[in-house]
Design a protein around this ligand. Structure first.
Ligand code: GAL
Length: 316
């Protein structure tokens, strides 16, 4: 097989221009036969006062075309010089025909507060096209709660959910969005486990939720739980990779489900952060072994997927 058809976990992942993909802490959104990957654009040449989100498109999950810096904004509300914009996720509202981007927005709640993550809010930005220039709208705390890492889950029936971590209650919420996707409307579940980087997939009648421990940029042993309904009850959380590997030195960000003609494949998409050289942070994408309540991330190896059949080939 041509090596350009392979996904190489942990290596530089060049886009069609030959530049390393800048879509850290990202979200994947499928429309028609195209996947869109949104994420933090931490390019070295970016203006340090601004925060950026980039969008890439692919029809095979291997070759990604850079589309646009869909968000490139200066501090929109006086959050302060160290303000934070992370983990963008894009939703589409059938009702309004608009795209709505959710981001974790943060900064010091008072200028002398010890934590630059004390604003703990969501920001939203909207656009008429998927890869156009998103316009920042507002920030808020979902359901009035502190919100840091966010995740996205779109169920098989098309319902959009936001997952958000809430430090004071030590756990993460699964919440339904309003029909226009402009608000977080209803708590569906609160999973009491101190985890972030939350992501969910629905596979053969079971929901699987994954998340990482709260160790910032440093990787830890990520865990999973299952439930028959999103509302729960959720099982205990268990390791899904050898704990000493620190999830093969990655942090959970997304679970991507590929429903092929022969097989449904679930991909773990994690970040390998490089806090001092954010632009060089890497991605660890790997198909997982899933089913019957079990979930396992195998040791990362180069692999390929046929997105039509859903079949995966792992290089040994
Ligand atoms: C991680 C989080 C990242 C980023 C980082 C900052 O826990 O998942 O998105 O916020 O902390 O330390």
């Amino acid at each position: 097989m041509n090596s350009s058809n392979l996904i190489h976990p942990g290596l530089i992942w060049p886009d069609q221009r030959g530049k390393h993909i800048q879509a850290h802490g990202g979200g994947i959104f499928k429309q028609g036969d195209t996947w869109f990957w949104f994420g933090e654009d931490r390019s070295k040449e970016n203006d340090p006062d601004k925060r950026y989100v980039a969008c890439y498109a692919s029809k095979n999950l291997v070759n990604w075309e850079f589309r646009n810096q869909v968000l490139a904004i200066s501090d929109p509300e006086n959050f302060g010089p160290e303000w934070v914009l992370e983990r963008p996720k894009v939703f589409y509202s059938k009702k309004t025909g608009k795209y709505v981007m959710y981001v974790h927005i943060d900064g010091r709640i008072t200028p002398d507060h010890w934590s630059r993550y004390s604003i703990a809010s969501l920001g939203i930005a909207t656009c008429d096209t998927i890869d156009g220039n998103y316009q920042y709208q507002r920030h808020f705390r979902p359901l009035g709660l502190e919100s840091r890492d966010i995740g996205q889950f779109i169920d098989d029936d098309g319902t959009s959910y936001l997952i958000f971590e809430s430090r004071p209650t030590q756990g993460f919420y699964i919440a339904a969005l309003s029909e226009d996707c402009l608000d977080v409307e209803r708590e569906v579940a609160f999973i009491k486990a101190p985890l972030e980087g939350g992501s969910i997939v629905h596979y053969e009648g079971l929901y699987y939720a994954i998340g990482s421990a709260l160790t910032g940029w440093w990787p830890n042993a990520n865990k999973y739980a299952t439930a028959e309904r999103l509302e729960g009850p959720w099982s205990e959380f268990k390791d899904f990779a050898p704990p000493e590997s620190h999830t093969f030195m990655s942090q959970s960000t997304n679970l991507i489900k590929i429903t092929g003609t022969e097989k449904t494949t679930v991909i773990y998409a994690g970040d390998r952060w490089r806090p001092e050289e954010q632009w060089d942070s890497r991605y660890l994408w790997m198909p997982v072994e899933i089913g019957g309540g079990n979930f396992k991330l195998p040791e990362p190896m180069p692999w390929s997927i046929d997105v039509v059949t859903g079949q995966v080939t792992v290089q040994k």
